[in-house]
Design a protein around this ligand. Structure first.
Ligand code: GLC
Length: 426
């Protein structure tokens, strides 16, 4: 199989060399990249790939996906299982490497100059049995966004614990509503039943000292009193400081409420910083970011480690060009553009010292230590079963937020389900 592809690649490389040598125009290749649609990612994509298109003469087309990473994963799995040849590159979430590794080409050799420039743990997260299955294009760790103007107006401090957040959100919401803003909410986050809820709930559980769902050694730890307390706290927000409709909120719905000036606090990833500071934003110049709250004094704040990568399909018929594009997208030029245009956190270490990035996107140097201490989801210990682990977890959390069963009962049920799923070993 791979012999067929390799020989085709060699033939096309040889043909290009001959055409180039005799001064004939080399046929441009059309490369397709599939990518999710959060924030301004899709609008910015043409500008980001333009330098590569200009240099190579190739053309890049984006195949847009829904913004939910869970929906993307389902679609990618179908295409890859079918060996689809019309997608050359896949933009992949940090958690997927172990599950999709077999469908992607090993980028170790192509990226050998780039690898040492990256944070080793990020490269590690995309390495499965020695194969580098995707190259990091940005990393992610969420922030607590807050309205500086409103905290000042109501005389409240930046909250350090979840209880302080609840109290501050309640006070500001009551005040703003009394002043006539009927749609104003205290706190918005991601409560839909999808991967984003796994991220939020992992942060609640971990910041209450309740572990990481499944620990690095594979132990199922999620059913414990601290995790119960964490979920009970979050369930108390829905319908009080957070809208009822929050059950259906993903990142973009939360940002919509926040950016129109209708929330005091928001949990979201750094991409919302650039957009919140945009010319059309009602909160421009009025907000700041801090780390997510803790359960109680002495606990540590927890930010779930996110991030996106670029992988080359084994079934691509333009592998050479696709690999070149992947290396470009993961390289310093493209990462710097994303950092400035989209406040996406670079994975290349030197960019944290780049003065232009620091000036235009101050959250980036500020967030270096947050992402370096971020909590990984248990995709490495649960291997090919991570998606099921996560969907069982977010379902139990979603039920709890919806008032279907207590946190204690739902976590006990989850533990039993995960134990079955694990069997003898992950
Ligand atoms: C962000 C993160 C990603 C995570 C997703 C959840 O896109 O970068 O890792 O899975 O949010 O919604």
């Amino acid at each position: 199989m791979s012999f067929g592809l390799d020989s085709r690649m060699l033939r096309s490389a040889a043909a290009i060399a001959v055409f180039a040598a005799i001064g004939m125009p080399v046929l441009a290749e059309e490369i397709s990249v599939v990518s999710g649609a959060t924030g301004s990612d899709l609008q910015d994509f043409p500008a980001i790939v333009k330098p590569w298109e200009d240099k190579t003469g190739n053309k890049v087309t984006v195949v847009p996906m829904p913004s939910s990473t869970s929906d993307q994963f389902g679609q990618y799995r179908l295409w890859l299982a079918a060996g689809a040849t019309d997608i050359d590159l896949y933009q992949t979430d940090v958690i997927w490497a172990p599950q999709l590794a077999d469908h992607f080409v090993d980028l170790t050799e192509a990226a050998k100059d780039l690898i040492p420039a990256n944070f080793p743990s990020i490269i590690q997260s995309q390495t499965v049995n020695g194969k580098l299955v995707a190259l990091p294009i940005f990393t992610d760790a969420p922030a607590l966004y807050y309205r500086k103007d409103l905290l000042e107006k109501y005389g409240v401090e930046v909250p350090k614990t979840w209880d302080e957040l609840t109290a501050a959100a309640t006070k500001i919401q009551e005040g703003e509503r009394a002043a006539g803003s009927g749609d104003f909410w205290g706190y918005v986050f991601q409560g839909n039943a999808y991967e984003g809820l796994t991220c939020n709930a992992l942060e609640w559980v971990k910041s209450f000292g309740g572990g990481q769902i499944v620990e690095a050694d594979g132990t199922i730890s999620v059913n414990n009193p601290k995790a119960v307390k964490a979920l009970e706290t979050a369930a108390g927000w829905v319908g009080t400081i957070s809208p009822e409709g929050l059950h259906a909120y993903q990142e973009e719905e939360a940002r919509g409420v926040w950016q129109t000036g209708n929330a005091a606090f928001m949990r979201n990833w750094p991409y919302a910083y650039a957009l919140g500071d945009g010319a059309d934003s009602a909160v421009k110049g009025k907000f700041a970011v801090t780390t997510l709250p803790v359960g109680a004094e002495g606990d540590s704040s927890a930010a779930t480690l996110g991030g996106w990568n670029i992988a080359v399909s084994k079934y691509s018929q333009h592998q050479e060009a696709a690999i070149s594009l992947a290396v470009y997208l993961a390289g310093p030029e493209a990462q710097k553009m994303r950092a400035i245009m989209e406040t996406h956190l670079p994975t290349i270490q030197a960019l944290y010292d780049d003065p232009e990035i620091a000036e235009k996107s101050p959250i980036i140097p500020q967030w270096k230590s947050v992402f370096m201490n971020a909590v990984p989801r248990p995709s490495a210990p649960t291997l090919g079963k991570y998606n099921e682990v996560s969907s069982k977890f977010w379902s139990a959390v979603h039920e709890t937020l919806s008032g279907n069963g207590s946190a204690a009962d739902n976590l006990a049920g989850l533990e039993a389900d995960l134990t079955d799923l694990k069997g003898d070993a992950w």
